[in-house]
Design a protein around this ligand. Structure first.
Ligand SMILES: C[S@@+](CC[C@H](N)C(=O)[O-])C[C@H]1O[C@@H](n2cnc3c(N)ncnc32)[C@H](O)[C@@H]1O
Length: 267
């Protein structure tokens, strides 16, 4: 009789392989099967056991290559075949990663499952740009929101609660919805001059940054033609961005936006 293998739901971090945990790297090197997402970079996959079976279940925005129910089935099947399986996800598996759904499906099938946390995209982008998520006097709390809703339903937030000048807002998966998010935040009272930093492919050698303000971020982000994941950091903490390039990046900061961001500090 074959004993079921264990499944590890592992966070790969935001992109830079050096930002993976020691445990994540060790499990990846030992795995017999690696089931991975689109956001897991080639550099990270090079750390996998060369003999491991690699199964891509990459999801494009609005285009799920493999439905979640099928991913759950793949994990259960591999574990029942007795294989040590690593389910590798960008960032942290439990932050906008559907890791909890996979953990529930595995538990229901009687399969042992362990979660290995990862550095989130929010933390990675904050660190690589030097913009803190909280800062005494500028932000007393931070909120992570998703700009993408289930089956493209309209965004349903407590907009008044979100438009809080003392909170840093981190918008995940917001490339397609930043226009309506920015509009609603301004309608609910945040100044149009509130600074916004968009980070594209954060922590990788392809990182790009766009400094803007709520009033113009939608057009600026459109014009930037980002490829790959984008995260928006909204709030007074962005005034601490000094633009010092820490890695090869393309900065797109218009002088008008720079002035508006600076005005926001002194407002
Ligand atoms: C499905 S969510 C995954 C979040 C991930 N589990 C985490 O903990 O950060 C994908 C979104 O994360 C953000 N993201 C992930 N990696 C990123 C990166 N390297 N740079 C910028 N944004 C990133 C983007 O907003 C992207 O659309």
């Amino acid at each position: 009789m074959i004993l079921p293998g264990r499944v590890y739901l592992v966070g790969a971090g935001p992109g830079d392989p050096d930002l993976m945990t020691v445990k994540a790297q060790r499990l990846l090197a030992e795995a017999e099967v690696v089931v991975f997402d689109r956001l897991v970079s080639r550099e990270i996959m090079r750390l996998a056991n060369p003999l491991a079976v690699q199964i891509s279940v990459g999801k494009e925005p609005r285009h799920h290559l493999v439905p979640q129910s099928e991913i759950n089935r793949i994990l259960v099947r591999q574990a029942l075949a007795g294989r040590m399986t690593v389910r590798l996800k960008g960032g942290d598996p439990f932050v906008f990663g559907r890791g909890s759904e996979e953990a529930i499906a595995l538990r229901a099938a009687g399969i042992a499952c362990e979660v290995v946390p990862g550095i989130t995209a929010a933390q990675g982008c904050a660190a690589s740009t030097g913009v803190p998520l909280t800062h005494r006097g500028l932000a007393t709390s931070v909120r992570f929101i998703t700009g993408h809703c289930r089956q493209d339903e309209p965004l349903d937030f407590d907009w008044r609660g979100l438009a809080d000048p003392d909170t840093t807002l981190v918008v995940y998966m917001g490339a397609a919805s930043i226009a309506s998010i920015a509009h609603r935040l301004v309608s609910e009272g945040l100044p149009a001059s509130t600074p916004v930093l968009a980070v594209n492919n954060g922590t990788t050698t392809r990182e790009r940054r766009l400094l803007s303000v709520l009033g113009s971020v939608a057009g600026a982000a459109d014009a930037a033609l980002f490829e790959g994941p984008v995260l928006f950091i909204v709030g007074a903490v962005v005034t601490l961005y000094d633009g010092a390039p820490l890695c090869p990046i393309l900065r797109e900061v218009t002088s008008l936006e720079r002035v508006m961001a600076e005005e926001a500090v002194h407002a």
